[in-house]
Ligand binder design. Structure first.
Ligand code: SF4
Ligand code: SF4
Length: 148
């Protein structure tokens, strides 16, 4: 597979996280948790894609899917694993429509780098281990007319 294509799907392997960086990461993760756990139910994946999922954490999906639903979402929008809960991806799509950010869902998210699990996503952006948040999107004509 061509190298640039690989990089589209896999977080490029950066140099190993040093003990010093890990300590800093632990401290920043503590600060991150204070905000992101109560607000978004953050699962500490270390590769935050909240900006692409309309501020709904996709890692609350029991299968930890990062690129859309598993296909088992029930007709009423409930999760196939926990029928008492809404499917996380149902919520993401609903919120994306409200926020007019559906186009963000078309981008393919990289395969999760499990080495970054439990690290600070803020630090990972700063050290360029992961992509920065997507703040501005080009909206398609279809998105500018949101149906209720
Ligand atoms: S995408 Fe990852 S870092 Fe961002 S809120 Fe969800 S679990 Fe936390
Ligand atoms: S139904 Fe939705 S929340 Fe449940 S496992 Fe599938 S994608 Fe995840």
């Amino acid at each position: 597979m061509p190298e640039n294509l690989v990089e589209d799907f896999i977080t490029r392997r950066k140099k190993r996280i040093s003990p010093g960086e890990r300590r800093l990461s632990r401290f920043l993760l503590f600060c991150e948790d204070v905000v992101k756990v109560p607000l978004f139910g953050c699962q500490r994946c270390g590769e935050c894609i909240l900006s692409s999922t309309a501020l709904v954490c996709c890692q609350r999906c029991p299968k930890r899917l990062r690129n859309g639903p598993c296909g088992g979402t029930r007709d009423n929008g409930r999760c196939e694993v926990y029928p008492e809960r809404n499917c996380v991806w149902f919520l993401i799509h609903k919120r994306s429509r409200m926020m007019r950010r559906v186009s963000a869902l078309r981008a393919i998210q990289k395969i999760h780098n499990w080495e970054l699990e439990g690290t600070s996503a803020w630090l990972n952006v700063f050290t360029r281990r992961i992509e920065p948040p997507v703040l501005f999107l080009r909206k398609s004509k279809k998105e500018s007319g949101v149906r209720s």
